[in-house]
Write a protein that binds this ligand. Structure first.
Ligand SMILES: Cc1cc2nc3c(=O)[nH]c(=O)nc-3n(C[C@H](O)[C@H](O)[C@H](O)COP(=O)(O)OP(=O)(O)OC[C@H]3O[C@@H](n4cnc5c(N)ncnc54)[C@H](O)[C@@H]3O)c2cc1C
Length: 411
């Protein structure tokens, strides 16, 4: 694939997998047209194909060219906001249901990856959140207690417990952490390409097409691509950072936000879990792949305006230099790591930190989902399934009710 280095970059995941550039022909019509070949679009297409629907997925680049092929590869649990904040936003019962939805998303991913034979190195490693001070350990303990009270599995660890999971000496500032055991790590591009191929095996068409607009007149909906139009029964727009291009009312609500990330050349085995910490308030995260490469991202706090509103998928030296300080600061013996790649991807942020899934203001035949706030991986399988049910039945799945775009917390 040609990369314009002024606006785009190649991730570790892209560089270690043959890109899947779809080549099915553009049909004249389909029951459902899904737009965007990231985790939401591919999962929605997969579930629709499984249920026997005539479904077409349109992706303008390669499958996984957006955030899905550029992320940290964490199959994390929960929302981007803390559990405490989730309770404030939704109320106790709905917060618990919402958190449970993300655990369901993880379980679906484990089941389907295994069932479809998707070779993406998905491992149930657990997600480890580190505390870097006594105050952070207290905050993490509160979060953990709230989750435990609602029946979610989490294990509180002291410094010794953390050291057992990380095979290099810890910096003094690490005071403990907690482990959510359901989390996992995977190879992001192999995962999403494998899922798209599974959707194809189940009957979906996948077309390399750039969508210009979606028009609705009465009950007729047409998706206009640069290859030609498709008449669609229903449409699902799964563009996350690009949602506003086709759903104008999401302009300024779902806001593109750049995430920067690097990989280190393979080194000795150190990390066994998906791991995160808050050296800066916007967070840092890393995992080690089976080949020994370490993928580390974060430090958005150090970018002007926290990289909000930026659409170029390229790194900036100031932020990548900060990311390069994360490993040596937290693990003093990791001061000899060699940077291999640097890249950027577009997350999509919402005012309340929760995704939005709704139909467009112009038509109930046009649905969209996006605004994952850098935390989308557990949502893909489950929201894709709920969206598939919604468009097939014509009834909004009840679990989608808290995610409507008219909720007060969006302001
Ligand atoms: C640096 C970084 C690290 C992250 N780390 C994690 C993590 O570890 N765990 C986690 O849970 N989440 C993480 N996230 C967030 C997660 O990757 C996203 O929430 C998720 O991938 C979004 O998936 P999506 O399908 O909604 O969008 P995307 O993956 O962005 O897919 C949208 C697709 O639409 C295509 N497209 C755009 N416009 C058009 C058009 N007009 N016509 C046709 N196609 C179009 C794009 O090419 C793209 O492939 C991270 C994100 C970034 C950027």
């Amino acid at each position: 694939m040609h990369i314009d280095s002024a606006t785009d970059s190649l991730s570790y995941w892209h560089a270690t997998q043959e890109p899947f550039i779809p080549d099915d022909p553009l049909p004249a019509a389909a029951d459902v047209v899904v737009i965007g070949g990231g985790m939401l679009g591919c999962w929605t297409t997969y579930w629709l194909a499984k249920s026997g629907a005539n479904v077409v997925l349109l992706e303008k680049n390669a499958i996984g060219w957006g955030a899905t092929g550029r992320n940290g590869g964490f199959l994390i649990e929960g929302a981007a906001v803390s559990y405490q904040r989730l309770i404030e936003l939704l109320g106790a019962d709905a917060a618990s249901d919402f958190y449970a939805l993300t655990i369901q998303g993880q379980q679906l991913a484990y089941e389907i990856v295994e069932g479809e034979g998707i070779d993406c190195g998905l491992r149930r490693t657990g997600t480890l959140s580190l505390a870097l001070s006594a105050e952070e350990l207290a905050a993490i303990t509160t979060q953990r207690d709230l989750l435990a009270a609602d029946g979610f599995q989490t294990e509180l660890l002291d410094r010794t417990g953390v050291q057992q999971l990380i095979h290099t000496p810890l910096a003094e500032e690490i005071t403990g952490g907690y482990l959510a055991p359901t989390g996992g790590t995977l190879h992001s591009s192999r995962y999403i390409a494998g899922l798209a191929r599974a959707a194809q095996r189940n009957g979906a068409s996948i077309v390399n097409a750039d969508v210009a607009s979606v028009m609705s007149a009465g009950n007729a909906t047409t998706v206009h691509t640069y290859l030609g139009p498709i008449a669609a029964g229903k449409v699902v727009v799964a563009l996350n950072a690009w949602t506003d291009a086709l759903i104008p009312e999401m302009n300024g609500v779902i806001v593109p936000t750049r995430g920067q990330i690097i990989s280190y050349k393979p080194t000795r085995r150190v990390f066994t879990t998906a791991t995160g910490a808050e050296i800066t308030p916007t967070g840092e995260y890393w995992q080690q792949r089976p080949d020994g490469s370490i993928v580390v991202g974060g430090c958005r706090e150090d970018a002007p305006n926290k990289d909000s509103g930026i659409r170029e998928m390229v790194t900036t030296p100031h932020v990548t230099a900060k990311i390069e300080q994360v490993m040596p600061r937290l693990f003093p013996e990791l001061s000899d790591l060699e940077t291999d790649r640097q890249w950027a991807g577009l997350m999509a942020f919402t005012p309340d930190g929760l995704p939005i899934v709704d139909h467009s203001e112009t038509s109930e035949n046009i649905w969209y989902g996006g605004g994952f706030n850098g935390h989308g991986m557990p949502f893909g399988p489950i929201l894709g399934q709920l969206l598939a049910t919604t468009v097939l039945t014509g009834q909004r799945a009840p679990a989608l009710a808290p995610l409507v775009h008219t909720r007060p917390s969006l302001g």
